[in-house]
Design a protein. Structure first.
Length: 337
């Protein structure tokens, strides 16, 4: 009788341990970002839904999406990911604040086309940068998305070369790299909050601004600007990251699915961003905006003026991490051979 009772107790404990283990594996992953939720027009929204569908169809996990900054801005989301309160986040500029080496991706005129950027990010350089940022932050990069290729607009004249920018005032983000870039091109950088940009453009506080085409169109900035120059000065990447302590606690099978879901999510985000760019470019031209695509010779002039001051600033700011500048330059050279 005692043996039977002991066996029953052992069996009950075994079942309890198994149940707890199953529950630990079949939990809910929180995924947060700051963009709209619509997967057909929002790159982060599309990426989040791709991640959710892959993970939920191939594991016992569920994924709850928190879009549109519902859990906070990018800085707050990054901190939540570090703390583990939100397991997965997708951010852009905030990544370089905690992993400074990521800032080299914002060197102007580094990537001739998004295709070059994708080859670099999906290759040896992207893998090495992800590993470096993991060591720095405890956040594992699952995939790289795309927040957009940035271009200049203005209300004064068609910009074909840097000489055309002399004396013009451009709104920039309050980021030293952007200030150095615009000054290098001969214009006057003016840091202004995003919420104040339409008023600044309409009242002439600034003559122009810079953003991806989709952002320009979706926020009606084309109604306040006459000229768009497709110089593509910065390719802005999204980082899809997961708390590594959480990731490491998952089963090997689940880790494989989540890793693959992150890569696919990044690709989905890129696709939607490319679609909204093509859609926006067509729309702004139909609504009267004059669009100019610089020649390779003209782009070389932009590059020669903008890169040196930005690289000099980065070298000082990064310190021992400045090696990442050369590593990126080498990777881009290999990708464009």
């Amino acid at each position: 009788m005692l043996k039977s009772s002991a066996s029953a107790t052992t069996a009950t404990l075994g079942a309890l341990v198994f149940a707890m283990s199953t529950l630990a594996q079949a939990d809910t992953i929180r995924f947060a970002h700051v963009d709209p939720d619509d997967w057909q027009s929002s790159k982060k929204g599309a990426a989040a839904h791709m991640f959710k569908n892959v993970v939920e169809s191939e594991t016992e996990h569920s994924v709850d999406i928190y879009p549109a900054a519902s859990l906070g801005d990018e800085d707050e989301l990054i901190q939540q990911a570090i703390d583990g309160t939100t397991q997965v986040v997708m951010v852009s500029g905030a990544m370089s604040k905690i992993c400074p080496a990521a800032g080299v991706l914002d060197i102007p005129y580094m990537f001739e086309t998004p295709l070059v950027a994708w080859e670099v990010l999906d290759g040896e350089f992207g893998n090495a940068l992800a590993e470096h940022c993991l060591e720095q932050t405890g956040l594992r990069t699952l995939g790289y998305g795309e927040t957009g290729v940035r271009h200049f607009t203005n209300s004064k004249l068609e910009i074909r070369t840097p000489e055309d920018m002399n004396g013009l005032k451009f709104r920039v983000q309050d980021i030293p790299l952007y200030v150095e870039m615009v000054e290098g091109l001969g214009a006057q950088p003016t840091p202004i909050a995003w919420s104040e940009l339409p008023t600044a453009l309409s009242t002439g506080v600034v003559d122009g601004q810079e953003n991806p085409v989709g952002t320009i169109y979706n926020n009606n900035l084309h109604e306040l600007q006459d000229y768009l120059t497709l110089d593509g000065h910065i390719y802005a990447a999204d980082f899809l990251v997961i708390n590594d302590a959480y990731f490491s606690g998952l089963s090997e099978a689940d880790r494989e699915v989540i890793q693959r879901a992150g890569v696919m999510a990044g690709m989905m985000g890129r696709s939607i961003q490319q679609f909204t760019t093509a859609q926006g470019l067509k729309a702004v031209q139909e609504e009267g905006m004059q669009v100019y695509s610089p020649t390779s010779e003209e782009l070389a002039q932009f590059r020669e003026q903008a890169q040196p001051p930005v690289v000099a600033w980065l070298e000082e700011d990064l310190g021992s991490d400045a090696e990442w500048i050369q590593r990126l330059q080498d990777a881009v050279a290999d990708a464009t051979e």
